[in-house]
Ligand binder design. Structure first.
Ligand code: SAH
Length: 203
C-alpha cells in the first residue's frame, strides 16, 4: 500500500512513509473490512462515518510538516487511524471526536495498540482543545464552510493548520494556514478533496 498508493502518488517525506508502513490499518476497521484495509479508499467505521483514505492521511501529515517534538491537534478522530499515524511523527497528539461511540472505541483501540502519546476527547472539535494549546500542527479531518476561529487561535507561531474547506455537497479545497513569527496568518491551497462535513452538534 505504501509503495503503490502513497509513494506512487507523490508523498516523499521518509518519516511519513515510515509511519504509514508502521501503523496496521486493519486494526482500525472491523473484521468485515479488514481484507480491504490496504486498498486506497475510505471504509465504513460505523455511525455513518468512514476511516480516511490512506493517501489523504499521508498527504495531510506531510502538509502539516509534523516534526518529532511537535504537539498536534486532530479534529475528527473517527477510527483513530490518522491519530496513530500522527502519533508516530509527533511528541503528542490530542484528538477530538464529536461522536461518543466513535471516541470511546478509538480511545480503547489506541490504548490496546500502545499509542500512549495520543489522547482522545469527546467534544466539538470546532472549539479545539485549549488546555493543551498552542499546537505546532492542527489537522482537521472533516470539511467546514470556513476555518474555525478557535482553531486558528490555538496555532503556535510557526504552526501549520491543514483543513478541508467547502460546503457539504460542494467541492472542497484542502487549505494550509501558517502562523508566521509576526503573528500574521498566510494561506495556501493544496488541492481538491472530499471529506465528511464538520458539524457543530456533539452526539
Ligand atoms: N481521521 C479519521 C477519519 C475521520 S472521518 C480516521 O483516520 O479514521 C471525520 C470524523 O470527524 C468523523 O468521525 C466525524 O464524526 C468527526 N467530526 C465531524 N465534525 C466534528 C466536530 N465538530 N468535532 C469533532 N469531530 C467531528
Amino acid at each position: 500500500m505504501v509503495c503503490r498508493h502513497i509513494k506512487g502518488r507523490g508523498i516523499s517525506d521518509p518519516r511519513v512513509l515510515e509511519a504509514m508502513a508502521a501503523v496496521p490499518r486493519e486494526a482500525f476497521v472491523g473484521a468485515v473490512q479488514a481484507r480491504r484495509a490496504y486498498a486506497d479508499g475510505p471504509l465504513p467505521i460505523g455511525e455513518g462515518q468512514t476511516i480516511s483514505q490512506p493517501y489523504v492521511v499521508a498527504w495531510m501529515a506531510e502538509a502539516a510538516e509534523v516534526g518529532l517534538g511537535d504537539r498536534v491537534l486532530e479534529v475528527g478522530t473517527g477510527s483513530g487511524y490518522a491519530a496513530a499515524v500522527l502519533g508516530r511523527l509527533a511528541d503528542a497528539v490530542y484528538t477530538v471526536e464529536r461522536n461518543a461511540v466513535l471516541a470511546q472505541a478509538a480511545a480503547e483501540r489506541l490504548r490496546e495498540l500502545g499509542c500512549d502519546n495520543v489522547k482522545v476527547r469527546h467534544g466539538d472539535g470546532n472549539q479545539g482543545w485549549s488546555e493543551h494549546a498552542p499546537y505546532d500542527a492542527i489537522v482537521v479531518a472533516a470539511a467546514g464552510p470556513a476555518v474555525p476561529g478557535a482553531l486558528r487561535a490555538q496555532l503556535r507561531k510557526g504552526g501549520r493548520l491543514v483543513i478541508p474547506v467547502g460546503g457539504r455537497w460542494a467541492t472542497q479545497r484542502l487549505v494550509r494556514e501558517r502562523r508566521r513569527e509576526s503573528g500574521e496568518i498566510t494561506c495556501e491551497e493544496l488541492g481538491m478533496v472530499r471529506f465528511v462535513p464538520l458539524v457543530d452538534e456533539v452526539c
